[in-house]
Design a binder for this molecule. Structure first.
Ligand code: NCD
Ligand code: ZN
Ligand code: ZN
Length: 416
């Protein structure tokens, strides 16, 4: 039996513990001291549950010039993420069972971490056929991929999803509130797709929600957060927490919904810190430097972030600006719960997906460090705390901060 020890986050607090892992990769025992034939002693480093990123775009198949499954999941592992849920705006778009099966077949054996797949039904009739998807994605406005549906359509989709107890993740922006200006910079993009468009779309969910399980993606401001209906969950991205429209990064900061003002960002951070936001999800959405180098107005929206979400937040723990239980809840326990998967907690019987991190180990984020295929990060130069080791079902995928195994990730199928 393999035994991993360190200061583990167990039942809400840190304590020196040994974690024994059985041959299926599950946690078999958690004790003060355990003996195994293989001991990995991480001393006083922290052992946290592997992060679950419920919103990534790995661009595979069809857009592999931007990212692919091996590269994107390797970066995920480097950032402490052991499960990703991949969005359906790949090519062909995952709108049918055929496309979903084809995508699953295409990805088999190529992921460094465990993964689940979304589908984007374009009609209510499609919903029952998409049972193998972990959840459904509905776009209320155009974003990369052109998968948007009307509010009427969406409410029909919600009724079927409700009957099937299927989670629906929503990109909430109301296109009727977009302005016709041409954006030249990040402030302009914020004006073209303003906060009120987001707030209106989120508020419209209350009318059509019923008993459906709905999760609001990438909430950017307090107005939208306050509009999230009771019973729905929501996520925030690291870019809306750590970047704003004053950043001099041009189209590298262009994303939907847009980066907001510094004041909006401050309020969003406080709301997150105070536990008002369920999850952090990266919305890892890489585009090539070439594409981002186009005139601002034509540059595609989306930015990479799967490798930096956890390290940027971990750095805030050491700085005293965030509590560890909040980070673990938002990056592991809660997203696993929202997706309905048995991950995200260090507990006997759970998969031994573990992140080993030393809060004193502070480095600057660089494009080289995160190894995205697109070759850039909007967080360049920011301080972060990367994991030293990462285990997927008990097997090391990262050692000394570097990838050591690939292709071991498994598909987590949907349940209804
Ligand atoms: C995403 C992409 O590029 O796939 N872009 C973005 O600006 N967030 C799509 C999305 O999540 O809206
Ligand atoms: Zn989106
Ligand atoms: Zn997205």
């Amino acid at each position: 039996m393999r035994v991993i020890s360190g200061r583990a986050f167990f039942r809400g607090r840190l304590e020196p513990l040994s974690i024994a892992i059985d041959e299926t990769g599950r946690i078999a025992a958690i004790k003060k001291a355990l003996r195994g034939d293989e001991q990995m002693d991480h001393g006083d480093a922290l052992i946290l549950p592997g992060c679950v990123d419920l919103h990534v775009h790995m661009r595979d198949p069809g857009l592999r010039r931007k990212e692919d499954f091996p590269s994107g999941t390797r970066s995920a592992a480097m950032g402490g993420v052991t499960t990703v849920a991949d969005m359906p705006n790949t090519v062909p778009a995952v709108t049918t069972a055929t496309a979903l099966d084809a995508k699953a077949a295409e990805l088999r054996g190529r992921a460094a971490v465990d993964y689940a797949l979304y589908a984007a039904p374009q009609s209510p009739e499609a919903v029952p056929r998409l049972a193998n998807a972990i959840a459904l994605k509905v776009y209320m406005a155009e974003s990369t991929g052109n998968l948007q549906v009307t509010v009427q359509r969406m409410s029909e989709i919600l009724r079927v999803a409700e009957a099937q107890r299927k989670l629906v993740v929503v990109h909430a922006e109301e296109p009727g509130k977009f302005t016709k200006q041409k954006a030249q910079d990040l402030r302009g993009h914020d004006a073209v797709r303003p906060k009120v468009a987001e707030e209106t779309a989120v508020a419209s969910l209350a009318r059509i929600l019923g008993e459906a399980k709905v999760h609001v993606a990438h909430v950017t401001c307090l107005e939208a957060l306050n509009a999230v209906p009771a019973g729905a969950t929501c996520e925030v991205t690291p870019h809306h927490l750590f970047l704003d429209s004053s950043q001099p990064i041009g189209a590298q900061g262009k994303v939907n919904p847009p980066l907001r003002s510094p004041a909006d960002r401050d309020m969003l951070w406080d709301a997150f810190r105070n536990g008002r936001i369920d999850a952090v999800a990266s919305d890892h959405a890489p585009h090539t430097l070439d594409e981002k180098g186009a005139p601002f107005e034509e540059a595609p929206a989306g930015l990479p972030g799967v490798a930096t979400a956890f390290p940027l937040l971990m750095r805030r723990i050491r700085a005293g600006e965030l509590e560890l239980p909040r980070l673990v809840a938002a990056m592991a326990a809660r997203p696993a719960q929202i997706l309905g998967i048995a991950k995200g907690t260090i507990e006997v019987g759970r998969d031994a997906d573990l992140v080993v991190v030393d809060p004193r180990n502070i480095e600057a984020v660089t494009a080289k460090r995160v190894r995205y295929k697109c070759g850039w990060t909007p967080f360049e130069g920011m301080e972060a705390c990367f994991p030293q080791a990462v285990y997927l079902r008990g097997e090391a995928v990262i050692e000394d901060g570097e990838p050591v195994s690939e292709g071991q990730g498994r598909l987590i199928p949907g349940s209804s």
